[in-house]
Design a binder for this molecule. Structure first.
Ligand SMILES: Cc1cc2nc3c(=O)[nH]c(=O)nc-3n(C[C@H](O)[C@H](O)[C@H](O)COP(=O)(O)OP(=O)(O)OC[C@H]3O[C@@H](n4cnc5c(N)ncnc54)[C@H](O)[C@@H]3O)c2cc1C
Length: 522
């Protein structure tokens, strides 16, 4: 994926595209994959980097969502369980089965949660990841040795999926590109253009690198900007009634010693009635999340102190060694683009179903849903976009479409497993340039070759792109990521033809950004 070449394709285009997708998160990139694989002519622009929004800040679960069972939303759970199975089939290098243990400290918990989880198994049908069952106290401790032992009675084990969200997003962007889509990052839609009848006919986009603006005309314009969807709708119609009730969720990343095994912990009822997870992720422990209604959406939401305290407090109720503020290696926040349902509801109870909305000016907006269901959301959205633009009706082909990097036994690729088949190309790069083999930091598994690869083949344009979304250094250990920045900046400058000022500017802005991931440390 070469950015200059992609921008050139957009600039040189005189005919309208079939579909313009605004927003390069899971929703938008999923739509680009779907539309391109139907043979439609699709262009996607993102104002920042692909995945800069919520799609790189999730809990990283491919799941049906056990907690939605409690809300009685059976069809949402069934759809997500089916999509969970499809995603594991199409991207086995990225989705892995994960065992979750629900520890029980009260007599009623194991039978109560045991029944709910058996229903979850049943709803998965042939897409099941493994049967749930009750565990004895000894079995529970064998699997999670760091659990508090006092009062522990046993537990329930069930299975779901885990993935790397930003990596899947990049692989999906590559898949869309291979199917013929045109995608470009750092290119916001700054205005929407209209025809004589007042209907939206495209967007004015700005290439943030060259400062140049151009019009992109399309027969259907899809607003897939997640938490920013109302903002984009208001560009076209300042009076548009908001669709979203955004809510923030944060995660803390701790050392692996807090959860040294292979299994995750699921707490079905925190003191505020939510679900919380502690999950092994890339050799660390990921704990979250929260659900805090917010009024302003931003590209860099920050964890609130009360959210951090809440997660530390909840973890301390279950873990033998309570984590404290100084154990936090990184803290990151994401914004759920939840769909409003009247007034006064707390966001935790709002539906995670997606909604497709048409404004009278013809702008098609898709919001809500979740990462796990991105494929079925895309199918639904493209069906609507085809109708809107009177495009050729062709069947959706993503049910069996292998995602870029597809590899059935990626574990054999070691630290490069998440790249799937691309690992072979990265290994070849290292053989050709052995100086790129070294790790960029002793506490993280990332090699110099991965940064070069990100800039050369994955459209990484900044140090943040390389250290936050192509590798996950920033989210795993923000301090280590800052220490990696000077080398990463120098390597990227060599790849992208940038000068010393660019290097200095990148190091400075990345360091400032990373401070926000280290609450209480700076
Ligand atoms: C804390 C948290 C945990 C979650 N955990 C899970 C989970 O474990 N599993 C799961 O299935 N789901 C999970 N979700 C839900 C899932 O992450 C989201 O539903 C999904 O990522 C939303 O993707 P999106 O593409 O709609 O939005 P985003 O990822 O936010 O993408 C929107 C994009 O639009 C771009 N944009 C904005 N304005 C413009 C403009 N003017 N021009 C061009 N581009 C623009 C932004 O740069 C951004 O890249 C979680 C969500 C949160 C918040």
């Amino acid at each position: 994926m070469n950015r200059d070449e992609q921008i050139g394709r957009i600039r040189d285009r005189s005919r309208p595209w079939d579909i313009l997708v605004i927003g390069g998160g899971a929703t938008g990139v999923g739509i680009a994959v779907d539309a391109a694989s139907r043979g439609l002519d699709v262009v996607l622009i993102d104002s920042s980097d692909f995945g800069k929004g919520t799609s790189s800040r999730s809990t990283k679960l491919v799941h049906g969502g056990v907690r939605y069972l409690e809300h009685g939303n059976i069809s949402l759970v069934m759809d997500a369980l089916k999509e969970r199975g499809i995603l594991r089939e199409n991207a086995p290098h990225l989705v892995r089965d994960l065992a979750f243990i629900v520890p029980s400290y009260e007599w009623w918990e194991a039978p109560f949660y045991g029944i709910g989880l058996r229903l979850y198994d049943l709803l998965a049908g042939r897409y099941g990841f493994g049967p749930s069952r009750n565990l004895s106290r000894d079995e529970t401790l064998e699997r999670i040795p760091t659990l508090k032992t006092e009062g522990l009675r046993g537990g329930v084990i069930y299975y779901d999926g885990q993935f790397d969200d930003a990596r899947l997003l990049i692989n999906l962007a590559q898949t869309a590109f291979e199917q013929g889509a045109t995608l470009v990052n750092y290119c916001p839609a700054v205005a929407l253009s209209r025809g004589a009848d007042g209907f939206i006919t495209g967007a004015i986009a700005r290439d943030e690198e060259q400062g140049e603006e151009f019009e992109i005309r399309a027969r259907s314009v899809v607003n897939a900007t997640g938490p920013f969807a109302d903002r984009v709708r208001r560009i076209a119609d300042p009076g548009a009634v908001p669709l979203l009730a955004p809510s923030q969720g944060i995660h803390l990343v701790l050392d692996r010693s807090f959860l040294p095994g292979e299994d995750a912990i699921m707490v079905p009822h925190t003191t505020d009635g939510r679900v919380m997870f502690a999950i092994p992720w890339h050799g660390h422990t990921l704990v979250g999340t929260t659900d805090t209604p917010i009024t302003e959406v931003s590209f860099e939401p920050r964890p609130l102190q009360e959210e951090i305290d809440f997660i530390l407090d909840t973890a301390s109720r279950y873990l033998h060694r309570p984590p404290g503020p100084r154990d936090i290696l990184s803290a990151f926040a994401g914004i759920r683009p939840l769909v409003k349902e009247g007034e006064g509801k707390n966001t935790a109870s709002l539906s995670r179903d997606h909604v497709i909305h048409f404004d009278q000016n013809g702008l098609l907006t898709i919001v809500g849903g979740k990462w796990t269901t991105y494929r079925s959301m895309a199918e639904d959205c493209v069906n609507h976009a085809v109708m809107l633009g009177s495009l050729d009706e062709r069947p959706c082909g993503t049910r069996h479409l292998k995602i870029h990097g597809y590899h059935q036994n990626a574990v054999e690729l070691g630290d490069l497993a998440v790249y799937g088949t691309d690992a072979i190309a990265i290994q070849a790069l290292i053989r050709a340039h052995p100086e790129l083999a070294g790790k960029l930091h002793p506490d993280l598994p990332y090699s110099a070759a991965e940064v070069v690869w990100a800039a050369r083949d994955e459209m990484a344009r900044t140090v943040e792109d390389a250290l936050s979304r192509r590798t996950r250094a920033l989210l795993l250990n923000a301090r280590a990521a800052v220490e990696m920045a000077p080398r990463a900046a120098a390597m990227m400058a060599a790849e992208l033809g940038r000068d010393r000022d660019w290097i200095a500017g990148q190091i400075e802005s990345f360091t400032r950004l990373a401070e926000g991931y280290l609450p209480g440390r700076t």
